[in-house]
Ligand binder design. Structure first.
Ligand SMILES: NC(=O)c1ccc[n+]([C@@H]2O[C@H](COP(=O)([O-])OP(=O)(O)OC[C@H]3O[C@@H](n4cnc5c(N)ncnc54)[C@H](O)[C@@H]3O)[C@@H](O)[C@H]2O)c1
Length: 310
């Protein structure tokens, strides 16, 4: 049994990770300031004697005893991370420093939930880990993109300087039950609009593409990375390489919900990338990982969740 700390554990991905770790027999300490996460996401775990929930902001130091640290705390959708951009950078940077400091004291292994946003609006497609990215350092998305890039730098410097056991995971668009219904992310947006019988809003002309990974696949990749041999540190892309245009996604969502909604086109937000698709050869080779759940099947589960909660 390991004692695992999950920061951002009451969020979308964090709550699924807590569930998975408990199911594998580990002790889980979930830390969250409930900025975008909620107790409702982990309420079903509260009776488990191996689960503990703590309200804490990772921009402040934390003193606990654990063997593994999964650092997920950070608002992930533009609506939320742009709400208080200074706090977003602080969460990424000070949060990383505090969690790395904790890992150093405990000699614990630590994983960073980084993001495909470190590639910015990429000139290389699909994105490989060796690509350095094209990120605007002063735009409205920079608090998140540059915060996450700086966190990666800190992880690698802690390794070079202090020989810490680190793992850096670059997460691509992930969806599934417990996504925040109002966070403006495209999958939840389309589903909520379709379920409410509202028009589906598409930014731009709908030809821009994204790839969508189902949450169970993502968590499987995260756990495999954490338990991979110490000399494999990443960064490693985890995502689904299937590529869909926004128009195709809108169609699939309508089909799954069983409605034919109107589509409304709106201007593209600033610095919105045209394409995003992971090259997952490294994850396949080093972790024996590849996604298993098709977009169609994943959407069924996600629609069922939103149908129940709305
Ligand atoms: N979901 C995706 O598609 C995706 C893609 C790339 C990267 N990521 C990364 O994965 C992680 C989890 O994302 P998610 O989709 O579950 O988002 P989420 O917003 O549901 O979860 C983030 C959690 O962190 C908590 N949090 C925020 N600031 C905090 C702070 N200062 N101290 C303590 N807790 C804090 C929030 O309350 C929330 O519970 C994030 O680091 C995000 O950047 C997610």
């Amino acid at each position: 049994m390991q004692r695992a700390l999950v920061t951002g554990g009451a969020g979308f991905l964090g709550s699924h990770l807590c569930e998975r770790l408990l199911a594998s027999g580990h002790d889980v300490l979930c830390v969250d300031n409930f900025f975008t996460g909620s107790k409702a996401n982990v309420r079903h775990l509260l009776d488990n004697p191996n689960f503990e929930l703590m309200r804490h902001d990772v921009t402040f130091p934390l003193y606990v005893e654990v063997d593994r640290i999964f650092n997920l705390a950070c608002p992930a959708s533009p609506i939320h991370y742009q709400h208080d951009p200074v706090q977003t950078t602080k969460t990424s940077v000070h949060g990383a420093i505090n969690m790395l400091g904790l890992a150093k004291r405990l000699r614990a292994r630590i994983l960073q939930a980084s993001t495909s946003e470190v590639y910015g609006d990429p000139e290389v497609h699909p994105q490989v880990e060796s690509y350095w990215g094209r990120v605007n350092p002063i735009g409205v998305r920079s608090c998140y993109d540059e915060g996450k890039r700086c966190a990666e730098t800190l992880f690698f410097d802690y390794r070079r300087q202090l020989n810490l056991e680190i793992k850096v995971m670059r997460i691509f668009n992930t969806y599934g039950p417990r996504m925040h219904p109002n966070d403006g992310r495209v999958v939840s947006n389309f589903i909520v609009q379709a379920l409410k019988g509202e028009p589906i809003t598409i930014f731009g002309d709908g030809s821009q593409t994204r790839s969508f990974c189902y949450v169970d696949d993502l968590i499987d990749g995260m756990v495999r990375l954490m338990e991979s041999p110490p000399d494999f540190v990443g960064p490693v892309n985890i995502g689904n390489p299937g590529e869909f245009s926004m128009l195709e996604l809108a169609e699939l969502v309508q089909e799954t919900v069983g409605v034919k909604a109107n589509i409304q086109f709106q201007p593209l937000p600033q610095d919105d990338p045209r394409h995003r698709r992971p090259d997952i050869s490294l994850a396949q080779a080093k972790l024996g990982w590849a996604p298993k759940v098709s977009l169609k099947d994943g959407l069924k589960e996600t629609v069922a969740y939103f149908r129940k909660t709305l």
